[in-house]
Write a protein of this length. Structure first.
Length: 141
């Protein structure tokens, strides 16, 4: 290790990794520090329940917002894949277990699930408008 660096970045999450890559490509010496024993921050999945063999997403949906420009700029060979289930939120209605399922591949399934929860088509239409605005914002940032 060197004793001096042009830049020190705390955190090897997705933002720290991208920043370190850009700065390194610009010719600066970069020290990237991470407190955990893994990198990737919120893009990783973790085993959260010690007695249950499942790895849960830690906001890995953020990878889906990864701008194409960064992928091109850094020359990444990255194949992003979309999962069928966008989200699943359990709830209890009339004393019974249900779940709001938002599908990435079947809009009608999402619509029926939202109507089952809310009793209205209007909520699904409002959700679609919100996601459209989010997509526009992500594309511009």
């Amino acid at each position: 290790m060197k004793s001096r660096y042009d830049v020190v970045i705390l955190g090897a999450g997705h933002n720290g990794l991208v920043a370190a890559s850009y700065l390194g490509r610009a010719g600066l010496s970069v020290l990237l520090l991470e407190k955990n024993d893994y990198i990737g921050g919120a893009t990783t999945s973790q085993k959260v329940f010690p007695d249950y063999d499942a790895r849960l997403s830690r906001y890995s949906y953020l990878v889906s917002l990864f701008p194409e420009k960064i992928i091109r700029d850094l020359g990444l060979r990255l194949d992003l894949r979309r999962r069928a289930t966008g989200s699943f939120t359990p709830y209890i209605k009339s004393g019974r277990d249900h779940g709001l399922l938002i599908s990435n591949v079947d809009e009608e399934l999402s619509r029926r699930s939202m109507v089952d929860l809310t009793g209205s088509e209007a909520e699904f239409e409002q959700m679609k408008k919100f996601y459209a605005l989010s997509r526009i914002f992500a594309e511009h940032t």
